[in-house]
Ligand binder design. Structure first.
Ligand code: SF4
Length: 390
């Protein structure tokens, strides 16, 4: 767990550095950056990503010092004396993960997909959707925009789009890593292990790939082009390769029962997920599941709380889909045990076209306005945003 404020390296051991933040120490891998003891650095997701000149680091640290401890105090106060399930989960989050909250940027660079998942608005058979692809210069421009706004961790997301072959993807990741010190996640679907190996070597360190349901029958019905066991094996292999894994499931798919949800939480944990991602199923009018009802916000909050109680050390995401259910969902999710958020940094004219479900939260928001809202929310809850410098 890392803060988007510089820390000082106080110990180096093999490929691991111990980084000090106002007396609090965290470990991070050194394989993306050459460092020495005494260097000031930014770290993300357990990786050092950028050195910071000492004078700049001292200035930021002295600006932050008062706020840093004030936020911690506020978070402790808000999570003290838990009475109900959500408050207990929030207290467990506070005791095990402190007040840091990841805020990743997400860039959706293509809405083409060769798969045909029944719940998804960008499925292959949705002929009503206008499709788009960003070319490499547009992707780089969008990454620059996000980097200049302060993002230090970015997710590159698309449907499963073969237009981006292994060479193209490798070029994208390599060029971004050469130009911008950000922690890169990819969310590009099922590709060969050798493709993912090349992306890892080019500098990607995270993969977002949800399994959606652990129930094999339900999986077969809603993801007809994919095999559950193969997908799970791929996630396991990618973890072994060294990737940080963001994974999880959809809540409210047809045929789901209570047992499935508990099994889904357990499976997410068993995949050694860096971050848990649970989204509500939201029916899309241009899909075969258009008439299936969506779950209520309270059901999702319960899942977050249960996942937190079962996995005190995890990072749990407030997904954009959850935020779509209710204006206040992000705050409620964070108070039920979640500690991560994502902000859409896709160029505004394409956001609506990444139409995986209708009325996605944030598609109409200016990115800076969205950041300001998130930071305001986090500060009101005593949380420190860890991937955005503020
Ligand atoms: S859920 Fe993913 S793989 Fe399935 S159709 Fe949508 S974008 Fe494609």
């Amino acid at each position: 767990m890392c803060y988007a404020i510089p820390g000082k390296i106080i110990e180096l051991n093999d490929r691991t550095a111990t980084v000090d933040y106002y007396g609090e120490q965290k470990k991070a891998y050194t394989d993306l950056l050459e460092v020495q003891i005494g260097d000031y650095v930014y770290a993300q997701g357990g990786f050092l990503i950028q050195k910071v000149p000492p004078k700049e680091a001292h200035d930021i640290l002295s600006d932050w010092e008062e706020l840093f401890f004030k936020l911690q105090e506020k978070d402790k106060k808000l999570s003290a004396h838990p009475k109900n399930l959500y408050e207990r989960a929030n207290a467990i989050r506070q005791q095990n993960q402190g007040n840091s909250c990841c805020v990743h940027g997400i860039l959706e660079f293509s809405n083409y997909c060769r798969q045909n998942c029944l719940y998804c608005g960008i499925r292959r058979d949705n002929k009503e959707l206008t499709r788009y692809r960003l070319e490499i210069p547009q992707i780089l421009e969008s990454v620059k925009y996000a980097y200049d706004l302060g993002f230090k961790a970015l997710v590159l997301q698309s449907g499963e789009d073969p237009y981006y072959d292994d060479d193209k993807l490798e070029t994208i990741v390599k060029t971004i890593r050469e130009k911008y010190p950000v922690l890169l996640f990819v969310s590009i679907g099922e590709r060969s292990l050798s493709a993912y190996r090349r992306l890892y070597d080019a500098g990607a360190r995270g993969v977002l790939m949800r399994f959606e349901t652990c129930n094999p029958d339900a999986y077969k019905k809603v993801k007809p082009d994919s095999d559950l066991q193969n997908r799970l094996q791929l996630i396991r292999d990618l973890r072994k390769m060294g990737y940080l894994i963001v994974t999880g499931f959809l809540v409210g798919l047809p045929g789901e029962d209570k047992k499935d949800i508990l099994e889904n939480i357990k499976l997410t944990a068993s995949l050694d997920a860096e971050m848990f991602s649970f989204g509500p199923f939201i029916p899309h009018p241009q899909t075969p599941l258009a008439e299936t009802p969506m779950p209520k916000l309270t059901k999702l909050l319960r899942v977050i709380a249960e996942a937190r109680l079962m996995n005190p050390e995890s990072r749990i995401l407030v997904t954009t889909a959850l935020e779509t259910l209710d204006q206040d969902a992000a705050r409620q999710g964070l108070l039920a045990g979640a500690n991560s958020l994502m902000i859409n940094v896709t160029p505004p004219k394409y956001r609506k076209l990444y139409d995986i479900y209708p009325q996605r939260f944030g598609t109409d928001l200016d990115t800076q306005e969205h950041i300001d809202r998130v930071i305001g929310l986090l500060k009101s809850l005593g949380r420190a945003p860890t991937d955005l410098s503020v």
